[in-house]
Design a protein. Structure first.
Length: 92
């Protein structure tokens, strides 16, 4: 995806490979001391066929530029673990 606006805002627009712009909402961002990378987790507020919120994650620079997809299973596990913990807190 091409970055259209800084992802440090709570709401931002990304341009897909097809050239179509789509609005996303930042859920949270964090820095991992294990990978020394910054991650952003965000949604387009749509749901999949099972009724689950579609959630995306990317590595990004602190200036808000999206770098790309998570590269390892460890990165995905870290993001999913934090998302699950935050989701539990919101549900309480």
């Amino acid at each position: 995806m091409k970055e259209k606006e800084s992802v440090t805002n709570d709401v931002f627009v990304l341009e897909g490979e097809d050239g179509v712009e789509k609005e996303y909402q930042k859920l949270f961002a964090f820095e991992s001391s294990e990978t020394n990378k910054n991650y952003i987790v965000y949604t387009d507020n749509t749901k999949d066929d099972s009724g689950n919120l579609r959630v995306y994650a990317n590595v990004y620079e602190k200036n808000g530029k999206v770098l790309g997809a998570l590269e390892t299973e460890e990165e995905w596990n870290t993001v999913e673990s934090i998302y699950a913990k935050l989701s539990e807190k919101v549900g309480d």
